[in-house]
Write a protein that binds this ligand. Structure first.
Ligand code: SAH
Length: 206
């Protein structure tokens, strides 16, 4: 009800959020806050997004069940789980191996079988799987990464991503629509995300 009142009007998005148990994605010490409308800390200094932001960004993607979707920033895996409820296949990339392994265990125990994971630098996208009908970035970049726009479908591809100051202030969610080689950008709403970091922890390459 809170999400609906705050603007998540798409009933498919609401039911996907209703069906994914957020408590399975938070740390034990935050279990009592699993259904509060707030972001919570997870391992590696990262956060699981606020349910309202998950709802609004998922809704803004204009998903269809035949879409091939890329998420950058698996984190806890919660957003990927929500996406998996109504898209054909979800590809998700994370640069922290510990987080990714934990998210994979959650997908397995919830029997979410249409999520494919990659340990790597999502700033570069996933060229071997491109093009994607939809791309959702859940960490804030300073600018729209060109590699990701390139991997977006030329046939009405949509990308939702937070862009702005990496300290967390003055970020906003943008919607990029691509038709042929051209794309347009629309500003949606303000947010606060952890930064999209280029490269891998410890400087290794993927
Ligand atoms: N979608 C997540 C929230 C993620 S927080 C959820 O539902 O829980 C942002 C995540 O993006 C963090 O886990 C961070 O490690 C990851 N990240 C940041 N930069 C990245 C990059 N270049 N490639 C892949 N993942 C990245």
């Amino acid at each position: 009800m809170d999400l609906r009142n705050a603007g998540v009007t798409n009933t498919q998005v609401l039911s996907a959020i209703e069906r994914i148990p957020r408590e399975a994605f938070v740390e034990d010490s935050f279990l009592d806050q699993a259904y509060a409308n707030q972001a919570l800390p997870i391992a590696c200094g990262q956060t699981i997004s606020q349910p309202l932001v998950v709802g609004l960004m998922t809704q803004a993607l204009e998903l269809h069940d035949r879409h091939k979707v890329l998420e950058v920033g698996t984190g806890s895996g919660y957003q990927a789980a929500v996406l998996s409820r109504f898209s054909r296949r979800v590809y998700t990339i994370e640069r922290h191996q510990d987080l990714l392994e934990e998210a994979e265990r959650r997908f397995e125990s919830l029997r979410l079988r249409n999520i494919t994971t990659l340990y790597g630098d999502g700033y570069k996208g996933w060229p071997a799987q491109a093009p994607f009908d939809r791309i959702l970035v859940t960490a804030a970049a300073r600018i729209v990464p060109r590699e990701l726009v390139e991997q977006l479908s030329e046939n009405g591809g949509v990308m939702i991503l937070p862009v702005g100051d990496l300290a967390g202030a003055d970020q906003e969610v943008l919607r990029v629509r691509k038709e042929g080689k051209n794309f347009t950008t629309e500003r949606l709403f303000p947010v606060r995300f952890v930064p999209l970091v280029q490269g891998m922890p410890g400087g290794q390459r993927n």
